[in-house]
Design a protein around this ligand. Structure first.
Ligand code: BGC
Length: 734
C-alpha cells in the first residue's frame, strides 16, 4: 500500500464513492484512482491467516502462509495479563506487516453466555470487565505498530447455531451491562481502527443494518470515529446497511449499482455514502504510517507464544502438591493428545503455524521414557490402546493423562451439545485412576468440560495453548515456572446448572436471553449454586496472603482501594488480585457482585507488594431503561478483594453518594413513588395531610395503596380527583 496525498473523497464521483463502501475481493478493499489505495485485511485474533495468492476465497481455511499461532483468546484471557496481551498484539502486528496485511480481524470479544458456544475459544470470558481489559490490550498492541485492529463481532453474537439469521432477543439493561460493555470499554480506551458488525439480528434487526447499534450507540454515545466493516457476508441489504452506519461490506457482493440507484432515486442520502467512503479513506491514511517489516524473528515469536501459554494455563486442582513433578523417571505419559496436540480451534481463525511443539516431545527431551496413546482421537473404541495405557500407568508413580476436545467437536460454525469429553477418554481416565498411584490430568480444550467427578490428584487446564503449548505445558509440569492463569469462566458442575441452559441456543429464529444479566458467576454467586470451579480460580505452586485493605474516598462516587499481597510460600509465582463491587440484597435486583478490577503481580517467595485500584461511579452504576442512561443509587455497598469470586479475602463497607438525579413524577407514578420522592413527597403531604398514610390504617391496606398509580385514585373514585392529580404533577414539573 503506497502513501497518497490527502484528497477529499468529496471530489470523487458517486460511483467511485459507492465502490469504496464494498471490497474488491475477499481480503482487499477497493482502490480509487490514486486517491484511495486498497487495503488488505486478514484474520485473525491469535495469528495471521494470510491466504496464498490465488486461493483467496473465505473457505480456504487451511491454505495460508505460516505465521505464529499464539494462544487463542480462551487461553490469553486466562492469563489476566494485559501487558502480555499487548506484547502478543505487537507481535501479531509485526507479522501482519511482514505479510502485507493492514488490518487484523481481531480481537473477538463476545461474552461466553454458554459454555457450549462453538467459538468460545476465540473469546475471552463470561465477564465483560476482563474481556474489555484484555481486548483493549490486544488492540493497543496491534495498533502500537500502526496496523489496524478490528474488534468483533459487534454485537451479541454468543452462539454459532443459526448465527447468520438468529435474533438475539435481549433487554436493554442486559445489553448495556453485559453484551455491549466490553465493546464500549475497548472503543473508548483503545480506539480500534475498525469494528466488525456481526451476522445475527438483535431484537429482530440484523447487526449490519442496525441504526441503533451502529450509529446511535457506537458513534453518538461512544464517540467512535473508525470504520465499521461487516462480518464476511453479514450484509443483507446494502442500502439499509449504509443508512444504518455500516461503512464497508466484505466480501463484495457487486451491488454498488444498488447504492448509486438508491441515491439517484432519493432513497439514500449521498452524504451517507460520502461519509462511509471518507471513513475508509481515513483508515487507509491511518495505516499508511504503519511500521513496515520484511519478516520477523520466528524463534522469538515462538518463545513469546510459549511464555503466553505458560501464563495462561490454570491449575484447577493440586492435591498433596503432586505438581510440580520432582522427576520424570517414573512418570507414564498417557493420551494421544500429548503426542498429537490440539492447540487452536477450527474456522476463520485457523493459522498454519511456523512450528509446533508437542508435550510428549518436550517431556521426552526432559527425561520421560514411557508413552501410551490410550485412546483414538476419532473417538472410536480401542481396547488394546486403553489396556496398554493402563498397564503403563500401573507401573508408574504418576500417570500424566492428556485429555481434551477433538477439533470435530468444537469449531466456528456450530455449537457443542454437551460438556463431556469423548467417552473413550473418560473411560481411560477411570481405568488409569484405578491403577496409577497418582494421576495428573492435562486438558486441552477451547470450551470448558465437565471435570467435577474426576478422580485425579491434579488437573492442569491448558486450554488451546497455541503452537508452543506443548513445551509450555512441560515447563509448568516440571516447575520451571508456576502456573498463573485464572478462570475467566466458571466451570459448572452440570450443564443444567448453566443459567442460559433453558434458553440456549433458542429456535424458530429467536434466542431469548432469559437469564438477563445473570451470566456465569453473576448467577452462580447470587444464588449460591455449587460449581466445580469458580470464576477467577487458579492455583499456583505457592500461596498468597492478603492484608491491610485501605479504601479512601477520592471524590463523589469514587474510591482508591489498596491492599497488600504477600507470597507466603517457597516459590516465585504470580497472583491475580481481583476487585469486586458487591451488593448484598435479600431480594436481588442485581448480581451479588461484579468484577471491577484486577492486577497480576509476580512475587518472589516471601515478597509482598501493595496493589491499588480505583473504583468509579460507573463501576457501581446500572443501566436504567426508564432514564435511558446509567444510574448510581445512593446507599451502601461493599468492595471485595480476593483470589476468585468465591475466595474473597478482604472486604470493606462503603456508601455511595449517588448521582443526585431525581426521577420525574407523573400521573402514573405510584403513591409510594410520590411519597418517597424528595420533591413530590412534601408537596403531596402538604396537600393531603395523612390521608392514605394514617398510621391507624391496616398496614396491608397502606402497602396496597402505595403500589397504586396516583391517576388510578381518581379512576377508582378513592379520594383524588383527576384535576387534583394534574395539579400535583404541574406543581412538581419544570
Ligand atoms: C468470521 C469472522 C472472520 C471472517 C473472515 C467470518 O465467518 O465470523 O470472525 O473474521 O469470517 O474470515
Amino acid at each position: 500500500m503506497s502513501q497518497t496525498e490527502p484528497v477529499s473523497v468529496n471530489e470523487l464521483t458517486l460511483e467511485e464513492k459507492a465502490s469504496l463502501t464494498s471490497g474488491n475481493s475477499t481480503w482487499r478493499t477497493t482502490a480509487v484512482r490514486d486517491v484511495v489505495p486498497a487495503l488488505t485485511l486478514a484474520d485473525g485474533p491469535h495469528g495471521i491467516r494470510r491466504q496464498i495468492k490465488g486461493s483467496g476465497d473465505a473457505l480456504g481455511l487451511l491454505d495460508s502462509v505460516p505465521a505464529t499461532c499464539f494462544p487463542p483468546a480462551v487461553a490469553l484471557g486466562s492469563s489476566w495479563d494485559a501487558a502480555l496481551a499487548r506484547r502478543v498484539g505487537a507481535a501479531l502486528a509485526r507479522e501482519a506487516s511482514a505479510l502485507g496485511v493492514d488490518v487484523v480481524l481481531g480481537p473477538g470479544v463476545n461474552i461466553k453466555r454458554s459454555p457450549l458456544c462453538g467459538r468460545n475459544f476465540e473469546y475471552f470470558s463470561e465477564d465483560p470487565h476482563v474481556t474489555g481489559v484484555m481486548g483493549a490490550a490486544l488492540v493497543d498492541g496491534i495498533q502500537s505498530r500502526g496496523i489496524g485492529a478490528c474488534v468483533k463481532h459487534f454485537a451479541v453474537n454468543n452462539q454459532e447455531t443459526d448465527r447468520m439469521r438468529i435474533s438475539a432477543d435481549v433487554d436493554d439493561r442486559t445489553l448495556r451491562e453485559i453484551y455491549l460493555a466490553a465493546f464500549e470499554h475497548i472503543v473508548r480506551e483503545a480506539g480500534p481502527y475498525a469494528v466488525m458488525s456481526s451476522y445475527n439480528r438483535i431484537n429482530g434487526v440484523h447487526a449490519s443494518e442496525n441504526h441503533w447499534l451502529l450509529t446511535e450507540v457506537l458513534r453518538t454515545e461512544w464517540g467512535y470515529d473508525g470504520l465499521v466493516v461487516s462480518d464476511w457476508g453479514a450484509v443483507n441489504d446494502r442500502v439499509a446497511a449504509l443508512a444504518a452506519g455500516l461503512d464497508l461490506e466484505m466480501p463484495p457482493t457487486r451491488t454498488d449499482q444498488e447504492v448509486v440507484d438508491a441515491v439517484r432515486e432519493g432513497r439514500l442520502d449521498e452524504q451517507t455514502v460520502t461519509r462511509s467512503a471518507s471513513r475508509l479513506h481515513a483508515l487507509t491514511r491511518r495505516v499508511a504510517s504503519a511500521e513496515r517489516f520484511e519478516d520477523w524473528d520466528v524463534g522469538a515469536h515462538h518463545e513469546l507464544a510459549r511464555e503466553a501459554a505458560r501464563g495462561s494455563a490454570v491449575l484447577l486442582k493440586n492435591e498433596h502438591d503432586v505438581l510440580p513433578l520432582p522427576s520424570l523417571s517414573r512418570v507414564a505419559v498417557v493420551g494421544e493428545l500429548a503426542r498429537n496436540p490440539r492447540y487452536q480451534g477450527f474456522g476463520s481463525s485457523h493459522v498454519v503455524p511456523t512450528r509446533l511443539d508437542s508435550a510428549w516431545d518436550a517431556l521426552e527431551a526432559a527425561g520421560a521414557s514411557t508413552f501410551a496413546a490410550g485412546y483414538r482421537l476419532d473417538g472410536a473404541a480401542d481396547d488394546a490402546l486403553r489396556q496398554e495405557a493402563v498397564e503403563a500407568a500401573a507401573d508408574s508413580d504418576v500417570a500424566l493423562v492428556f485429555l481434551g476436545l477433538p477439533g470435530e467437536i468444537e469449531s466456528e460454525g456450530f455449537d457443542r451439545t454437551s460438556l463431556d469429553l469423548p467417552g473413550v477418554q473418560v473411560q481411560l481416565l477411570r481405568a488409569v485412576a484405578k491403577t496409577a498411584p497418582k494421576v495428573v490430568v492435562v486438558l486441552t480444550n477451547g470450551g470448558v468440560v465437565s471435570v467435577a467427578d474426576w478422580e485425579a490428584d491434579a488437573i492442569l487446564e491448558a486450554w488451546l495453548p497455541g503452537q508452543a503449548g506443548g513445551s509450555a505445558i512441560a515447563d509448568l509440569l516440571l516447575g520451571v515456572c508456576s502456573p498463573s492463569g485464572r478462570l475467566t469462566e466458571t466451570i459448572p458442575r452440570r450443564l443444567a446448572d448453566v443459567p442460559s441452559h433453558l434458553h440456549f441456543p433458542g429456535g424458530d429464529g429467536h434466542v431469548v436471553y432469559g437469564e438477563g444479566r445473570y451470566v456465569g458467576y453473576r448467577y452462580y454467586d447470587t444464588l449460591d449454586v455449587d460449581v466445580a470451579y469458580p470464576f477467577g480460580h487458579g492455583l499456583t505452586y505457592t500461596r498468597f496472603e492478603y492484608s491491610d485493605l485501605d479504601v479512601t474516598e477520592t471524590g463523589p462516587n469514587e474510591w482508591a482501594v489498596e491492599c497488600t499481597v504477600t507470597n507466603a510460600g517457597t516459590r516465585a509465582a504470580a497472583e491475580v488480585v481481583q476487585l469486586y463491587a458487591a451488593f448484598d440484597e435479600d431480594r436481588p435486583t442485581r448480581p451479588r457482585h461484579e468484577l471491577r478490577g484486577f492486577a497480576k503481580v509476580e512475587l518472589a517467595a516471601g515478597a509482598g507488594t501493595r496493589v491499588s485500584f480505583t473504583l468509579s461511579g460507573r463501576d457501581i452504576a446500572w443501566w436504567s431503561v426508564s432514564r435511558g442512561g446509567w444510574r448510581i443509587d445512593a446507599g451502601p455497598f461493599a468492595v471485595e478483594v480476593g483470589a476468585s469470586s468465591r475466595d474473597i479475602r478482604l472486604r470493606a463497607s462503603l456508601t455511595a453518594a449517588g448521582d443526585g438525579q431525581v426521577d420525574a413524577l407523573g400521573r402514573m407514578s405510584t403513591l409510594g413513588e410520590w411519597l418517597d420522592h424528595p420533591v413530590g413527597g412534601p408537596v403531596l403531604r402538604e396537600r393531603i395531610g395523612t390521608k392514605f398514610t394514617d398510621a391507624d390504617m391496616p398496614p396491608a391496606l397502606l402497602e396496597l395503596m402505595r403500589n397504586i398509580p396516583l391517576a388510578k385514585f381518581s379512576t377508582f373514585g378513592i379520594g383524588l380527583s383527576a384535576e387534583f392529580v394534574n395539579g400535583l404533577v404541574a406543581a412538581v414539573s419544570g
